[in-house]
Design a protein around this ligand. Structure first.
Ligand code: GAF
Length: 386
């Protein structure tokens, strides 16, 4: 089994001992994710193709005999405490604590019974990068209570509970992709997820390609409001077209179907409908090792996010162009995640990883004034105890 970074293990273990004066018996992890294709399709009941990556949120934990949950955040050096036998309310100050409180509250509301715990939490999933640090925190906390109290809860319900906590307690109207891949990821595979049925199909990642994630380090602004606006536009399109969700619209004759919609709404819908098609095609291409077709689909996906969904920013478009210059048609590249900054995902033949790093080092900062960060990743298993 692939273990989280040893520095992370050391950080949560030693801080647990310092904070609570005894050694943690249990370590539980949940990974971040990168989405290969299928963006803004999850809340339209559509398809996504993410994989879990080797960056984690990690918790050292122990059961308590009472109903108190004590949490130490290694990254914020702050402590939170709440009682699971009392109504759980939002923390007045600490945003990070609300992910934990929200998950506990919604697990209890679903009927799961558990008492207190001591937790020391840390993570190396880059925050605000579109790699799902929040979802991995929600999922790891569900996994912690499952592990400590032997709860009879499926990985899928841990994910749904995390999403519910984020929607109702934290206040972000996200879809299910991030939590589901963090809970159910499979080593060396991506998962084609049907976000309506929540069925998953594991698709082997090609051994001859490296997953290279390039963080633009563009500070993501207005993300929540833009995200919610996009979601409303998609719902307006579905309702105007008389379907439950945009998943139910096929690509055949699409421009004609969208002709009577307001221009913005039509563009958003065109992205989602074509992206659903591209995502199922991409899963097929990946499973057949057809990297050329996969690369084309990723390029179309990026253009669609840029021109129709309008969620890319110039530094991200620049990185995508730079990567294309280096890899040609030997791999694929597109923005990944919610948009307005964050990361680009690329599948790159191993012999081109160093030339790619060199090209980025030479050109990106010179053009944008911002330094990129590069993560070469592997596809890993979802959440679990170590
Ligand atoms: C964010 C959301 F949390 C996901 O649910 C998904 O909608 C994604 O943006 C866009 O594909 O990560």
């Amino acid at each position: 089994m692939f273990l989280p970074d040893s520095a992370l293990i050391e950080a949560v273990s030693s801080s647990f001992s310092q904070q609570f004066d005894y050694q943690a018996p249990t370590l539980v992890q949940a990974p971040g994710r990168v989405n290969l294709i299928g963006e803004h399709t999850d809340y339209n009941d559509g398809f996504v193709l993410p994989c879990a990556i080797n960056y984690h949120t990690l918790v050292a934990c122990a059961k308590r005999e009472d109903n108190i949950v004590r949490v130490y955040s290694v990254d914020y050096q702050q402590v939170d405490e709440f009682d699971v036998s009392q109504p759980i309310v939002a923390h007045p100050e600490y945003m990070w604590a609300n992910y934990i409180r929200g998950v506990a509250k919604h697990l209890l509301a679903r009927g799961y019974q558990f008492g207190g715990a001591d937790l020391s939490v840390s993570g190396n999933v880059p925050q605000g990068a579109g790699l799902s640090s929040s979802a991995s925190l929600e999922v790891v906390i569900g996994q912690v209570f499952k592990t400590l109290y032997d709860l009879n809860i499926s990985q899928q319900e841990i994910a749904l509970n995390g999403q519910e906590a984020e929607n109702k307690f934290v206040g972000c109207n996200c879809g299910i992709m991030d939590q589901l891949i963090s809970a159910e990821g499979q080593q060396s595979h991506s998962l084609l997820i049907d976000c309506r049925s929540l069925e998953t199909k594991a698709v082997p990642m090609p051994e001859n390609m490296s997953i290279v994630i390039i963080h633009s380090n563009v500070k993501r602004g207005l993300v929540d409001s833009e995200y919610n606006t996009r979601r409303e536009q998609c719902e307006a399109a579905a309702s105007a077209l008389g379907v439950k969700a945009l998943r139910d619209v096929s690509v055949e004759g699409l421009d004609q179907k969208l002709a009577s919609l307001p221009i913005d709404v039509a563009k958003r819908a065109r992205h989602v409908v074509t992206e659903n098609y591209r995502t199922t095609e991409a899963a097929r291409a990946l499973s057949q090792g057809d990297m050329r077709y996969l690369g084309e689909l990723m390029a179309q996906s990026h253009a669609s996010m840029r021109d129709d969904f309008e969620i890319t920013v110039p530094p991200i478009d620049y990185i995508v162009d730079l990567v294309k210059e280096v890899i040609g048609d030997e791999g694929g590249v597109r923005m990944t995640g919610g948009g307005f900054g964050g990361c680009v995902v690329s599948l790159v033949p191993p012999h081109l990883v160093e030339p790619l790093k060199a090209a980025l080092a030479q050109k990106y900062q010179a053009k944008t004034g911002i330094k990129e960060t590069i993560y070469v990743c592997r596809a890993l298993n979802g959440a679990g105890a170590l």
